[in-house]
Design a protein around this ligand. Structure first.
Ligand SMILES: [Zn+2]
Length: 95
């Protein structure tokens, strides 16, 4: 079984199995946070997850949920969205 090594704010290094963590992904960025209850002290912990951490956790089978962004859409996001629409294969990605 894969173990994931992380840290608790109180206990230091702890080891978890994938079912003990869950990921909260932000739809627009693909980054987010992971949450777990410390196996030593039981304290709920929350850590930021960058792209690398997200892909590692997903690869080990950690469950996730996608959070809706409440913040307004930026110009940058609109232009990225338009670029994606211009790609010829976008219709295929919907299927
Ligand atoms: Zn702890």
């Amino acid at each position: 079984m894969t173990t994931i090594r992380t840290t608790c704010a109180f206990c230091g290094d702890v080891e978890l199995i994938p079912t003990e963590l869950s990921l909260e992904l932000t739809a627009m960025t693909g980054t987010g946070a992971y949450v777990f209850d410390c196996p030593e002290c039981g304290d709920p912990q929350r850590r930021p997850a960058n792209h690398r951490v997200v892909s590692i956790l997903l690869a080990t089978g950690v469950g996730y949920q996608v959070l809706d962004e409440a913040s307004p859409i930026t110009e940058d996001e609109i232009s990225r969205f338009s670029e994606n629409l211009n790609r010829s294969d976008w219709a295929q990605q919907l299927r």
